[in-house]
Structure formats: structure tokens, C-alpha cells
Write a protein that binds this ligand. Structure first.
Ligand SMILES: Cc1cc2nc3c(=O)[nH]c(=O)nc-3n(C[C@H](O)[C@H](O)[C@H](O)COP(=O)(O)OP(=O)(O)OC[C@H]3O[C@@H](n4cnc5c(N)ncnc54)[C@H](O)[C@@H]3O)c2cc1C
Length: 271
């Protein structure tokens, strides 16, 4: 199928994007790498009247480190992260995550900002970035603001982004060299969307995230407590027991694969 007729506007500044969203007549969507909205438009699941193309907007593709923080622009592609452009331990973790997203041609165009704004429950960045912690940088007609990644995604394809707002980047922690991390994605074929994801980071604090659920990824505080207390492994049975106390609505099979994902992520962190 081909998309319904739509208008395409190549934007030149973020101010113009914000203004165009604020003055929108009909459904107007931002276009990042087009790797999610493109297929949705082809299937006519999305039928925007107009798309605002971010590809020539300046200031959205930077990667920089200042002290213990990293700034990553919304338009940074999965491929640039896979190629090691993000420095340090955070970069190594993100490089691993990026390399597992689909295949190279999707990674060449797909952007980290588009992925987090899209908030597909099965996607990698929403889970991986929640494990890192940090903030999403957003600009809209009310000005610029930062929203914590904790709670940014509130459900499937639903975030704290307002209809008149654009995601411009991320402010993330630059993890120390001794920080341990593990990421494990359960999928049928390498590069496919996940059926379950476990992501753990153990540094100044421990964070453990269960992702690729039916809804938003969520932190598993009982596991974080164990990791903070010095645990270096977690059996699948123990992970199951902990996850069964969550109201994620997992059936038996889902409980098992999410428990496996978290147990193996911890195994990788301490391997
Ligand atoms: C075959 C295939 C396999 C894939 N496999 C995986 C996978 O295994 N794991 C995974 O994580 N992803 C996967 N993806 C999705 C891919 O990672 C996309 O790149 C990503 O989800 C969306 O990024 P994008 O830049 O292409 O966004 P787009 O498709 O351009 O936009 C997606 C949505 O986000 C909005 N948006 C985009 N940028 C912004 C912004 N800056 N501010 C506000 N809203 C914005 C758009 O309006 C749209 O609603 C796959 C895609 C394909 C086609």
C-alpha cells in the first residue's frame, strides 16, 4: 500500500517546527528518520495531513560530554551510536544496544529521538535509556524544558510529549569506568523487535528495567535493591518471583521470557 496524500515540509529551524505545530491545521507530525512513521503511513495506520521534516534542522545531531553528563541530539542515528560516536562506558552500553536494532539500513536513518518519541513498547531505546536514567529535552510553544526519563513513556506509543512539542535531545549520565551494565533482548531473530528486554546498570546506583512489555518499560525496584546490596547474579526463578508481584499483566510465557531477560542481563553485567 502507499500513503494517503500528505504535504511534506523540510524545516530549517526548530523555532519554525514549534510554530508550525502550534499553528497546525489538521494532523501534523514531525518526521525524524521515517523508519516507524513511514511504514505506518504506507499501511495507512497514520494519515497525517502534513509532515515536518527535521533532516535539515540544525542543532539536533550533536554528541558532547561535559563533566559527568552526556548530551545527545534527537536526530543522532542508531548507526552513529553503533559506530562508537558516544564516548566512554555509556557509549559502550549504547553501542551494544544500537547494534541490535534491526539491520544497518534502518539504523542508518532511524534516530534515537524518533524511537523515544514513538514509544513502541517493543523498541530498544525506551528501555535502554530508562536504565541509564537522565532527561529528555523538549521544546514547544511554552519554551524549552527537561522531562525525566523515569515516567516519560506512560504507555504504548504514549509519552509525556505534548502535541505542540518536539523532542530535541537527551541529557544522560556519563557512566564511570567501573560501572557494570548488561542488556539482553529476547527475539526470534537478531535485530528483530524484542519480545522481552532486560537492562541493568550498576554504578553509583543500581537500575534494572523490564522492557518490551505490553505497555511502558518499568524499573524493577526489588531487583535494584538486590544489586545495590551486592548481588552479582539472579536466578530465573527469583526473577520470576519478583516479576510476578508486578501488575504488568504477564501470562506464564511472558513472565518466563522477561525473567530470563533480566537474569541474563545481570549475568552479562558481571561476566
Ligand atoms: C524493519 C524495521 C525493524 C525495526 N526494528 C527495530 C528494533 O529491533 N528495535 C527498535 O528499537 N526499533 C526498531 N525499528 C524502529 C526504528 O528504530 C525507528 O528508527 C524508530 O522507532 C523511529 O525513529 P525514526 O527517527 O525513524 O522516527 P520516525 O519514524 O520519523 O517517527 C516516529 C514517530 O516519532 C515522532 N518523532 C520523530 N522524531 C521526533 C522528534 N524529534 N520529536 C517529536 N516527535 C518525533 C514522529 O512524529 C512519529 O510519530 C525498526 C524499524 C523497521 C522499519
Amino acid at each position: 500500500m502507499k500513503p494517503a496524500i500528505f504535504e511534506h515540509e523540510r524545516m530549517s529551524s526548530i523555532d519554525d517546527v514549534v510554530q508550525a505545530l502550534a499553528n497546525a491545521d489538521g494532523e501534523v507530525r514531525v518526521l525524524g528518520g521515517g523508519q516507524s512513521i513511514g511504514p505506518m503511513m504506507n499501511l495507512r495506520l497514520a494519515q497525517p495531513d502534513k509532515v515536518l521534516d527535521l533532516s535539515r534542522v540544525e542543532g539536533l545531531d550533536g554528541i558532547s560530554e561535559a563533566g559527568d553528563r552526556l548530551s545527545i541530539g534527537a536526530r543522532v542515528t542508531h548507526a552513529r551510536i553503533e559506530d562508537g560516536e558516544v564516548p566512554g562506558t555509556t557509549g559502550a552500553y549504547m553501542q551494544f544496544v544500537a547494534s541490535g536494532i534491526s539491520y544497518r539500513s534502518v539504523r542508518n536513518r532511524g534516530t534515537i529521538g524518533g524511537s523515544v518519541a514513538h514509544a513502541d513498547p517493543a523498541a530498544d531505546w525506551p528501555t535502554a535509556l530508562l536504565a541509564l536514567g537522565g532527561e529528555v529535552k523538549v521544546v514547544g510553544s511554552g519554551g524549552e524544558k527537561s522531562i525525566p526519563l523515569d515516567g516519560f513513556q506512560v504507555g504504548p506509543f504514549t509519552t509525556g510529549l505534548g502535541w505542540d512539542e518536539v523532542l530535541i535531545g537527551f541529557d544522560l549520565p556519563a557512566l564511570g569506568p567501573n560501572t557494570k551494565w548488561g542488556y539482553y533482548k529476547v527475539n526470534r531473530k537478531p535485530g528483530e523487535f524484542a519480545d522481552a528486554i532486560g537492562a541493568v546498570i550498576i554504578g553509583n546506583e543500581a537500575r534494572a528495567v523490564c522492557g518490551a512489555t505490553e505497555s511502558a518499560p518499568f524499573r524493577v525496584f526489588d531487583i535494584e535493591e538486590k544489586l545495590s546490596g551486592g548481588a552479582t547474579e539472579l536466578s530465573v526463578a527469583d526473577a520470576r518471583e519478583i516479576l510476578s508481584g508486578h501488575d504488568a499483566g504477564f501470562d506464564d510465557y511472558e513472565l518466563q521470557i522477561h525473567a530470563v531477560a533480566l537474569s541474563r542481563a545481570i549475568g552479562r553485567a558481571f561476566a
